[in-house]
Design a protein. Structure first.
Lengths: 303, 346
């Protein structure tokens, strides 16, 4: 190490960072993340899907290519013209997949965000207050957890109608049970640490302690659980649509595509393989990224 | 209960404090009739074994006893003229960190691992001094420099500091709002000896600079001799002897205090073997009758197991709670008073 010429006390933050720190915290996290090959693979897959979803309209027009039927081109195998072939209405499957990615990712991510907001409030309240409040809240959550999440989602969608907003809310609520338990247990493990006691001893108020000291230290398990939940919810969107409770038929939803292709899947397997792979790849990618993030976000983990 | 000293210049006064922790199975009597006074600008050393209730006392001063298990059964704490237990939680938040702040025992776990140290210090300043974010950050850097850490390192996270530096960060955190009383809960237990001296020296200097009082909680008599003006010896949730540093070190009266000193090596008499206090601290859920120290006391008399001894006053500053002094002021212990004229170096 070369001796820096500047006096430590007079130098600015920026100079200091340059002189003494080879890497910033973000760079450090990124390095840990990149070291995990599978996580990078997951990130690449997610990036591809997100880009395809963002530029779906540029790649293939929604109304003319993904929706309009073209009976002449029915059941064509994969070719350069139709990368993944065409379906029973002669629509390009690749175009439908990328438009389907929009629906799946949007609902998957938004529903988890909805669930996350509720879970953080519920889990943090239960974990921080403890005692009777904890007992009451967690028993209600236990009751929610008894109902399988897909059944819960079906019930909500059946009651309120199958719009995209209702699906987001339904899947979000179905996420609360498992997510708030994770939040609660993380909060419990952080609540009694000395730095929380110290924060209290310097006069910090309770909401601030919960949000800026406790929840921030719970991000690792929450992020892992969230990415897992995105994966599950992406599958749930497809499951609901497959059952006819979600996004309705002409829309290029992956589960919906599998449902309509079921009749012809023996002769034309590519009809179900493509959307099936899309579902599989997205949920796997989110799981891998979640794992990588967990390692990278741990502040105690030093290279 | 008798007043310990005159209250004119007292910053902190604890009167007849009783704290119990109640569970379904048992009631743990952590603090039993504790009396304590910290004077303005002075350092009081609170000495005692593990489990004597030192930390509970500290938390009580901050009104941070864990409820609902922890119950303040009786007593009063007056800090800077205000009754702590009559305060609401909101009012307490204004007092904690501002009038009184605490340095915790373990520097390794007392800092939030996902916040930069600068932000953690700035947080206190934002709460109490209502500084803007930028001003607080600047002030935080200054605080770090006061404790001997380059201000530019305020952007770093706790794991990038060594143990001694973390303890200094905690000191900076505790002193950020120049409190009137600083409670230091065994601030050097987690540090190695070389750093201990540095940290103690620093605390002493800053205490003098800021003209505050300090409550030094420790089980290390060496630290007491180093930094304290007054000493209170605590056993099973009550003060058994209190006085000035000289009172306790040179004219100790209580058998427990004698026991504490006997379990330290004597530099002048290296052949003497250590004489630890036999037995264990009594179970606070099942305290013995009478004097709580009598089962371990060499001087125990029949009376000790029946009645609790009163506080006996030897001088303006010095008092001890023991039946040995029922009728006399003379020292009744085997160890004799230290007489300075014999010229033994300290």
């Amino acid at each position: 190490m070369s001796t820096p010429s500047v006096d430590k006390k007079t130098m600015s933050r920026r100079e200091y960072m340059k002189t003494y720190r080879k890497t910033s915290r973000l760079k450090e996290m990124w390095d840990v993340f990149v070291a995990n090959r599978l996580a990078v693979l997951g990130l690449i897959i997610i990036t591809i899907f997100v880009l395809l979803a963002l530029f779906a309209n540029v790649i293939a027009d929604y109304d003319t290519v993904a929706i309009a039927s073209n009976p002449v081109d029915r059941f064509q195998g994969p070719s350069w013209k139709h990368l993944l072939g065409t379906d029973e209405m002669g629509r390009d499957i690749f175009a439908r997949i990328i438009h389907g990615a929009r629906i799946s990712l949007r609902i998957g991510v938004l529903s988890v965000l909805v669930g996350l907001v509720f879970s953080c409030i519920i889990g943090a309240t239960a974990g921080y207050l403890g005692g009777v409040a904890d007992d009451i809240i967690m028993r209600v959550i236990d009751i929610m957890a008894c109902i399988p999440r897909i059944v819960m989602a079906i019930a909500i969608v059946a009651a309120f109608g199958s719009s995209e907003f209702n699906m987001i809310m339904a899947l979000g609520i179905a996420t609360i049970a498992s997510m708030s338990r994770v939040v609660r247990s993380a909060v419990l493990s952080v609540r009694d640490t000395e730095y929380v006691e110290a924060a209290k001893a310097v006069g910090q108020n309770t909401p601030k302690i919960v949000f800026s000291h406790i929840l921030v230290n719970c991000v690792a398990p929450i992020i892992v659980q969230s990415t897992l939940a995105i994966a599950t919810n992406v599958m749930s969107v497809s499951s609901l649509s497959f059952l006819g409770m979600g996004i309705a038929a002409p829309a290029p939803e992956w589960g919906c595509m599998i449902a309509t292709a079921r009749g012809n899947m023996r002769q034309y397997p590519f009809l179900v393989i493509a959307p099936g792979m899309a579902i599989f790849l997205t949920s796997m990618a989110f799981n891998l990224v979640g794992d990588g993030l967990r390692d990278a976000l741990d502040p105690k983990l030093k290279r | 209960m008798e007043e310990i000293t005159n209250t004119n210049n007292a910053l902190l006064e604890i009167e007849d404090l009783h704290i119990h922790f109640v569970s379904k199975v048992e009631t743990v009597k952590a603090i039993n009739g504790l009396n304590l006074v910290v004077h303005k600008g002075k350092t009081l050393g609170l000495v005692g074994e593990t489990g004597a209730g030192k930390t509970t006392t500290a938390l009580a001063i901050l009104n941070m006893i864990a409820k609902p298990q922890g119950r303040i059964v009786a007593g009063r704490i007056t800090l800077d003229g205000e009754d702590i237990f009559s305060k609401t939680e909101d009012q307490m938040e204004g007092i904690r960190g501002n009038t009184v702040s605490m340095i915790f025992q373990d520097p390794m776990t007392s800092l939030n691992p996902v916040m930069t140290v600068g932000d953690q210090i700035a947080e206190v300043l934002q709460i109490h001094k209502k500084l803007s974010k930028a001003a607080a950050a600047k002030e935080a850097q200054k605080m770090l420099e006061t404790v001997g850490i380059p201000g530019a390192r305020s952007v770093e996270y706790p794991h990038q500091f060594s143990g001694g530096m973390k303890q200094r960060v905690l000191i900076a955190l505790g002193l950020a709002c120049t409190p009137k009383l600083l409670i230091a809960d065994e601030p050097t237990t987690a540090l190695d000896v070389t750093i201990q001296a540095q940290v103690l020296e620093l605390m002493k200097d800053l205490k003098d600079q800021m003209n505050m009082s300090m409550l030094m909680i420790t089980h290390d008599l060496g630290i007491v001799a180093e930094v304290c003006d007054e000493v209170a010896v605590m056993y099973a949730g009550a003060i058994v002897e209190s006085g000035t540093l000289e009172d306790i070190f040179d004219r100790k009266r209580h058998p427990y205090t004698e026991g504490l000193f006997n379990s330290l090596p004597d530099v002048n008499n290296r052949t003497q073997s250590l004489k630890p206090i036999g037995g264990q601290m009594p179970n606070p859920a099942d305290l013995p009758q009478g004097c709580s120290f009598h089962p371990r006391c060499e001087y125990a008399m029949p009376k000790c197991s029946q009645e609790e001894p009163p506080m006996h006053r030897f001088s303006e500053t010095h008092c001890a709670k023991c039946w040995l002094y029922e009728n006399t002021d003379q020292c009744m212990l085997a160890s004799q008073d230290y007489v300075p004229s014999q010229g033994v170096s300290e």
